[in-house]
Design a protein around this ligand. Structure first.
Ligand code: URA
Length: 206
């Protein structure tokens, strides 16, 4: 599936503030949540709907309801910074968790935790703010598909071209919604210009 870069000016302004190295963790958390709201709106633009009859104070009319349950899966720990946005927009969402560790020498991820609700027949929103090498996102998609996921959209704040290419190679069925495609990775596999370590900036562990 495709890659969609959210070009709303609000998303651009929020991202610029997130990138700013002087943005402290409390503000970073707030901005990350706001940007996740924008990404989530875009990621759910085409979810299936069904008609619903409503009675207004004046007459009956037909509206829409979501026809398929949503599941949000943040990748620990950075993805937690995007979760509240999804639960606020979609209070009925069920939530699973995937924990992946990156080996500092090889950059290869390994799955150390997975707790997932039923995924089949649902729209899965995978929350992983930094699509860097794409290895973690691909490992997360493997875990989700092993657990029955049929339709996955990755919500990422910043993506590297390398990560997009890797994920599209291994999981061409996954859609990506991101606020930016940056220049690329440095030799520590950090995204440039990027915003640094998302988890550290979110939780103040710099
Ligand atoms: N993870 C981060 O938090 N930042 C990067 O730039 C790459 C991976």
């Amino acid at each position: 599936m495709g890659v969609q870069v959210v070009d709303h000016p609000l998303a651009k302004a929020l991202l610029a503030a997130l990138r700013d190295r002087t943005t402290p963790p409390p503000l970073f958390r707030l901005l990350a949540k706001r940007l996740a709201l924008v990404l989530c709106m875009e990621a759910t633009r085409n979810v299936p709907t069904a008609p619903v009859e409503v009675e207004t104070p004046l007459s009956r009319t037909t509206g829409l309801r979501l026809a398929k349950p949503l599941v949000a899966v943040p990748v620990l720990r950075a993805g937690l910074g995007m979760l509240e946005a999804v639960t606020e927009l979609f209070p009925e969402v069920t939530v699973g968790y995937v924990g992946l560790e990156r080996d500092h020498a090889t950059f290869e991820p390994s799955l150390y935790y997975s707790k997932l609700p039923p995924l089949d027949g649902r729209t899965v929103l995978l929350l992983d703010p930094m699509l860097a090498t794409g290895a973690s996102a691909a490992a997360a998609c493997n875990a989700l598909e092993r657990a029955g996921a049929e339709e996955i959209t990755l919500l990422s704040v910043v993506s590297a071209p390398e990560g997009i290419a890797h994920l599209q190679l291994l999981h061409p069925e996954v859609s990506i919604v991101t606020a930016s495609i940056d220049d690329g990775l440095n030799h520590h596999a950090y995204i440039v210009p990027g915003l640094g370590d998302f988890g550290d900036r979110l939780f103040g562990t710099l």
